[in-house]
Design a protein around this ligand. Structure first.
Ligand code: HEC
Length: 177
């Protein structure tokens, strides 16, 4: 029992939810996750759709893909309401993988390099792509704000070199959302 408690706390810490007050309420789900984690040693990322919305702009996805009618038109729109109501997040990663031979050269072409992301970042992006309510916040204004923050020299630009195409108001960057 004590051991289960410790592993639950460790699991929560790894998921980054320790600081919230919701941990006790998650106990049942946490227990199941602990059991799975104990067997596979796999931890699910936090799947933060608000963070994913920001990454969708920062990483340059919005240069080619639109959400909520905002973004590029070079590639398929990625609206949550067009997806299955319940979705395995790995299925979306698998779709990206199966399109990689098309998408990566397109990224090298338009952004100057292949987009890189961590598993946590991809988890957040996928959460955003499947969160209809969050997607309604995705407006031209929002995109402009994120791109402004990405300008070099700004303290909250997070030291990340913005993707070349990520800043372009661009021929294909519809920002009038
Ligand atoms: C330079 C353009 C470009 C960028 C940037 C880009 N993609 Fe794509 N993406 C494509 C193209 C082209 C395809 C394949 C054709 C299509 O789906 O329209 C594709 C396919 C996909 C698919 C599969 C769609 C389907 O129909 O199954 C997903 C999901 C996807 N991209 C997600 C992303 C995410 C997430 C990012 C940012 C991390 C991103 N893309 C960045 C061009 C791009």
């Amino acid at each position: 029992m004590k051991h289960a408690m410790i592993s639950r706390v460790l699991g929560a810490a790894a998921l980054g939810v320790l600081a919230t007050t919701t941990v006790p309420a998650l106990a049942t789900a946490g227990e199941t996750q602990d059991q799975a984690a104990a067997a596979t040693r796999l931890l699910m990322p936090s799947l933060d759709s608000a963070r994913g919305m920001e990454l969708f702009v920062q990483k340059g996805c919005a240069t080619c893909h639109s959400v909520n009618g905002v973004g590029g038109e070079d590639a398929a729109a990625l609206d949550a309401h067009d997806m299955d109501r319940f979705m395995n997040p790995f299925d979306l990663a698998a779709r990206m993988w199966s399109m990689a031979t098309i998408m990566i050269p397109a990224q090298q072409d338009e952004l100057g390099a292949q987009i890189e992301f961590t598993g946590d970042e991809l988890g957040d992006i996928i959460a955003f792509l499947h969160d209809d309510a969050q997607q309604h916040q995705f407006t031209g204004d929002y995109v402009r704000k994120v791109r402004q923050r990405m300008q070099p020299g700004k303290p909250d630009g997070q030291g990340e070199e913005p993707a070349k195409g990520g800043q372009a108001t661009g021929a294909n960057g519809r920002l009038d959302g």
